[in-house]
Design a binder for this molecule. Structure first.
Ligand SMILES: [Zn+2]
Length: 394
C-alpha cells in the first residue's frame, strides 16, 4: 500500500463547500459523542459502544435529518457521516484499550478533515471472480481528481500514473486543502540490505540512535521555527481574540494572526514529518531487521514532563512509518518487550544498574564500560533475547 497526498487547487466556492462538509462531519461526531456519554446515565440500557453508536446513527438518519432545520445535511454525501461514526467507534475502542484518551469533541480550531468513499459497485455473481475497480474510483494521470459523491477538483501537482482507490480523505492545514488516498502498489524487487539487524533507541535528546553508532537528530530549523512562533505569540498577546459567551467579536488583526499562527505551526510540523520520513526510509533501505522498544506511549504522555519531548520526537510516528515501509522495502520490524531493561543493562557484561533519566552516559559499575546512554540501549535492543521480541504487525 502506498499513500498519495496532493494539494487541492480550490476556488472560493469549492473552499466553502469543503468547509461545509468538514463542518457536517464535525457536527455528526460531536452529536454522537454527546448522546453516547449521556446514554450512560441510563443504567438499564445494556449495550456496548458500537451498538449504542449504531442506534444513535439510526436516530440521526431517521429523525434528526428529517427535521426541516437539518435539511442542509442532505446536500452532502452520506459517506461523510458514516465515516464520522466509524471514527468515533475507533476512538472509543482505542480509549477502552487504554492507548488513547477519552474522545474529545472536535473543534474548528484544530483543522478540518472528512472522508468520502465509493460505496456502489457491481457485485459479482456468486462463484464469479470479483470485477476489478467496481468499488474503486479510477484516477487518471493529470491534474484533476473526482471525489466519490462530489465533483471533479483540480490539483496543484499532477498525478503521473493511472491508479485507483476507494477511500479519500480531505483535510485542511492552515489555509491549504489536501486530498490523500491509498493505492495498491506493485511489489518491488527484493532489496539487498547491507546491514542485517540493528536496534533503534528513540530518545528524548536525539530523534533516534542506532546500535551501529549512527544518530539521527532533529534539524535545528525546528528550534528556530519554534522560537519564531513563540515570538509571534508573545507579540500578539493582547489581541482581541473573541469570546462567543461574552459576545466579543474577533478583531480583523486577530483573524490575520490566527492564519499566520496556523501557518507557522504547519511549518514546524512539516519539518518534523519530513525528517522522520527521511530517517525511516534511510533505515529501511539500509537494514533488514529493525528492533524497536515497545513504548507505553499512553502512560508516558500522562507523565507531563516527558510529554512535550515525546510528542516532539514523535515516537509513535517513527514506529508507524517503519511498520508501513516493511512491505515496500522488504524489511522486518520487531518490537522488544516493554519491560526489557534496555537502558539499565550494560551492553557488554549484562550487569543491571539503576539509571536516572538525567544520566546521559552509561558507566558500568562492574566492567567499567563507558558508553552513551542511548547507544547502550540500542545495542541492548539489537541483542535482546528472542523470547522478549515479537514481530510488528502492519
Ligand atoms: Zn558491564
Amino acid at each position: 500500500m502506498f499513500a498519495i497526498k496532493r494539494e487541492l487547487k480550490l476556488n472560493n466556492k469549492e473552499r466553502s463547500l469543503m468547509r461545509g462538509i468538514a463542518g457536517f462531519k464535525r457536527f455528526v461526531y460531536n452529536y454522537a459523542l454527546s448522546i453516547i456519554t449521556a446514554s450512560w446515565d441510563f443504567e438499564d440500557i445494556q449495550a456496548g459502544d458500537n451498538k449504542r453508536l449504531d442506534a444513535i446513527k439510526k436516530v440521526l438518519t431517521q429523525v434528526t435529518m428529517k427535521k426541516p432545520e437539518y435539511a442542509w445535511m442532505k446536500k452532502y454525501p452520506s459517506t461523510v457521516y458514516q465515516s464520522a461514526f466509524r471514527d468515533l467507534k475507533k476512538a472509543f475502542s482505542r480509549w477502552r484499550e487504554g492507548v488513547a484518551e477519552f474522545p474529545a469533541k472536535k473543534s474548528k480550531k484544530k483543522g478540518d478533515s472528512f472522508t468520502v468513499y465509493k460505496t456502489s459497485g457491481i457485485y459479482p455473481e456468486k462463484g464469479q471472480p470479483a470485477l476489478p475497480f467496481t468499488n474503486r474510483v479510477v484516477i487518471h494521470p493529470g491534474k484533476t481528481i473526482q471525489l466519490p459523491g462530489l465533483k471533479i477538483f483540480r490539483l496543484k501537482e499532477r498525478i503521473d500514473f493511472i491508479c485507483s482507490s476507494q477511500t479519500f480523505t480531505v483535510s485542511r492545514t492552515a489555509d491549504r486543502w489536501f486530498v490523500s488516498f491509498a493505492i495498491n502498489a506493485q511489489h518491488n524487487p527484493p532489496i539487498y540490505h547491507p546491514c542485517e539487524q540493528v536496534g533503534l533507541d528513540l530518545g528524548v535528546k536525539c530523534l533516534a540512535t542506532v546500535s551501529d553508532g549512527t544518530c539521527y537528530a532533529m534539524p535545528h530549523t525546528t528550534k528556530e521555527a519554534k522560537t519564531k512562533l513563540r515570538k509571534l505569540q508573545w507579540r500578539n498577546r493582547n489581541k482581541v481574540l473573541g469570546n462567543k459567551k461574552l459576545g466579543i467579536v474577533v478583531s480583523k488583526n486577530a483573524k490575520k494572526y490566527y492564519i499566520k499562527l496556523a501557518r507557522d505551526y504547519a511549518l514546524i510540523c512539516n519539518i518534523r514529518r519530513d525528517t522522520i520520513q527521511k530517517m525511516t526510509t534511510d533505515l529501511s533501505r539500509r537494514v533488514y531487521c529493525i528492533r524497536i522498544e515497545d513504548l507505553n506511549v499512553a502512560g508516558m504522555i500522562a507523565n507531563h514532563k516527558l510529554a512535550s519531548a515525546i510528542s516532539d520526537n514523535c515516537f509513535y510516528e517513527v514506529r508507524r512509518q517503519l511498520i508501513d515501509k516493511q512491505e515496500h522495502y522488504g524489511t522486518k520490524v520487531e518490537i522488544v518487550d516493554r519491560w526489557f531493561p534496555s537502558s539499565k543493562m550494560c551492553s557488554k557484561c549484562g550487569h543491571i544498574q539503576a539509571m536516572k533519566l538525567s544520566d546521559r552516559v552509561f558507566f558500568c559499575q562492574k566492567c567499567n564500560q563507558t558508553l552513551d546512554r542511548d547507544e547502550n540501549a540500542a545495542i541492548n535492543l539489537k541483542n535482546a533475547p528472542s523470547k522478549k521480541v515479537r514481530s510488528a504487525r502492519s
